[in-house]
Design a protein around this ligand. Sequence first.
Ligand SMILES: Cc1ncc(COP(=O)(O)O)c(C=O)c1O
Length: 396
Amino acid sequence: MQKFSVDKSGFYGEFGGAYIPEILHRCVTELQDSYLEILESDAFREEFNRLLRDYVGRPSPLYLSGYLSARHGCRVYLKREDLNHTGAHKINNTIGQILVAKQLGKSRIIAETGAGQHGVATATVCALMQMECIVYMGKTDVERQAVNVRKMEMLGATVVPVTSGNMTLKDATNEAIRDWCCNPANTHYIIGSTVGPHPYPDMVARLQSVISEEIGRQLMEKENRPSPDYLVACVGGGSNAAGTIYHFLAEERVKIVLAEAGGKGIHSGESAATIQIGTEGIIHGCKTLVMQTEDGQITEPYSISAGLDYPGIGPIHAHLAKTRRAKVVAVNDDEALRAGLALTRNEGIIPALESAHAIAALDKIRFNQGDLVVLTLSGRGDKDLETYFKINDIIE
Ligand SMILES: Cc1ncc(COP(=O)(O)O)c(C=O)c1O
């Protein structure tokens, strides 16, 4: 059997590790040395579970979608992370990390954000814990996710628009790392996905694994089965996917489908289909698949969905793809938009554009009648309404 847990140096097979500048060595090592002890302590578990239940509203429902089940000729359940406080799965991770930051005695929080969901989730927990919060966000994303910017500011965060590169998630992450280098002693960097140097991919996957823990329990209640035939999730950096598959990884009969952003087509030069067109490289402190030129310059990614617009991928997912444990499909912008609108019209659920990629991926799989499928609806579409309105007007 393949090994999917992280080793002592932070590797999943050949991917992972911690490639960091000297100045960050102390705080990254401090985190590496303490995260497992903190996450596994009774005090942490009690507070984390209390906040997930009473503040976030967990467990999130597992909902049998009549529309998707009829369309695909099998039973399709939606794991409703869109119903969480702040509208996405990102809050699971930020609640956990702010508790870790407090335990480490940090007073200042920084974060990067693409779609703004992680930024809002970070600003929210900082308001809850009364901690200073600075969120770096590419200027392109500031413009396409304006409501989330206003929300972060309302919550008391400072949003810093980043104007380097194509002004999206990669550039925001660069700026956040630069800030961390200048303020290593008092600052905790809440990374929003299963990316970055070890221990972030493992820490974020563990914090998001509440998703798969609940799926197992809920399937038992609803279907009298402990696991599904398929798990489907979109991947930006990979946190909702990692959380969805965490407790099922060792069960080889559970098929994993990861949907990445095909943008305008994976060979169009305008996509973020990192797993399919990326090559091995280092980005933001981690060895993984990276969209890059032959001489190692990062290629600018593109997706209609700000949360998937990233030229790297979590090392867990790079490893899952390389070992063929996961099937990876690219979903283009227009396929995602249409799938999102179809769910809206036929099920009364407006999904985030990121999640709409996972829904569209179902069309690329041939299911059998008895199959049991669980798809993680990672977030709600409120932040994407402007984009949906445009395409809806064209279709009408
Ligand atoms: C709703 C939603 N889903 C998915 C993602 C992608 O992130 P990840 O791959 O870490 O789940 C984002 C990122 O912002 C998001 O906002």
